[in-house]
Design a protein around this ligand. Structure first.
Ligand SMILES: Nc1ncnc2c1ncn2[C@@H]1O[C@H](COP(=O)(O)OP(=O)(O)OP(=O)(O)O)[C@@H](O)[C@H]1O
Ligand SMILES: [Mg+2]
Length: 251
């Protein structure tokens, strides 16, 4: 069998503030294979975002080992890390993190600048990415001219633009109403069905039910890790394909 996409062993992350030491992650061991859809749950302060930041190479553990795609992250140079962050990892945040003065198209095209594509190629690719999240008619809008769900779809298009190995979404529906959250989850289902790997942090059981595996954290440790017995699908496109009995490749 091929090695897992994400392989972390006894990862710890502590913060020292004055005389106090906070063990945000005590010892976390986790493997995630290519194509998995994982929901990471747990109470506030249990270490979910800390773990996501480490998985996304935005932060370094204070102990333990992280092997991403067969490469030990601690052995990477700063340049290699920057490249991994840009090309291998797509981030989606609760607060969207879009550039406020830039259009949807420019926001989505931004990671392609660092990837070294020409302007024409960038525009063409970003346009396609926006169409794939159903925003082909909002390319020239700025974030404040979009609804919350549309902003999050722009952020998802941006996360997908470099065809990353893994998509890390930290409470992507945290700022959205229920109906819009369901829409975004439908989109993530479609992205997953195309073979993408997704790790999603959420507080809501309803949202976690869309994932295929559930990992629960508490006090910097993994408390539970099991396949979701009742996977919920909401994407109408996937439902239609399932009905026809076709697989999801090439949607
Ligand atoms: N930069 C930091 N400096 C000091 N302590 C930190 C820092 N970041 C996080 N912590 C602490 O580490 C612990 C874990 O934080 P983390 O943000 O990972 O929790 P979380 O599970 O994402 O919570 P939430 O659900 O509220 O987002 C918390 O006790 C937090 O106060
Ligand atoms: Mg958090």
């Amino acid at each position: 069998m091929s090695s897992p996409l994400i392989d972390i062993k006894e990862i710890g992350r502590k913060y020292v503030i004055g005389a106090e030491t906070i063990h945000a992650l005590k010892s976390v061991t986790l493997q995630i294979n290519k194509g998995e859809f994982v929901a990471l749950m747990g109470p506030s302060g249990s270490g979910k975002s800390t773990l996501m930041n480490i998985l996304g190479c935005l932060d370094t553990p204070t102990r333990g080992e992280y092997v991403l795609n067969g490469i030990k992250v601690s052995d990477m140079t700063d340049d290699e890390l920057a490249e991994v962050r840009n090309k291998e990892i797509g981030f989606v945040f609760q607060t969207f993190n879009l550039l406020p003065r830039s259009t949807s198209l420019d926001n989505v095209a931004l990671p392609l600048i660092y990837a070294g594509l020409s302007k024409t190629e960038r525009i063409e690719k970003a346009q396609k990415a926006l169409e794939s999240v159903n925003l082909g008619n909002r390319v020239d809008h700025k974030p404040n001219e979009l609804s919350g769900g549309q902003r999050q779809r722009v952020a998802i298009a941006r996360a997908l633009i470099n065809d990353p190995s893994i998509i890390l979404a930290d409470e992507p529906t945290g700022n959205l109403d229920t109906k819009t959250s369901v829409e975004i989850m439908g989109l993530l289902e479609e992205i997953h069905s195309k073979g993408n790997t997704i790790v999603l942090v959420t507080h809501e059981e309803d949202i976690a039910q869309h994932a295929h595996r559930i990992v629960r954290m508490r006090d910097g440790l993994i408390e539970d890790d099991y396949p979701n017995p009742e996977i919920k699908n909401v994407s109408p496109r996937l439902a239609a394909l399932k009905e026809k009995g076709s697989d999801f490749e090439g949607i």
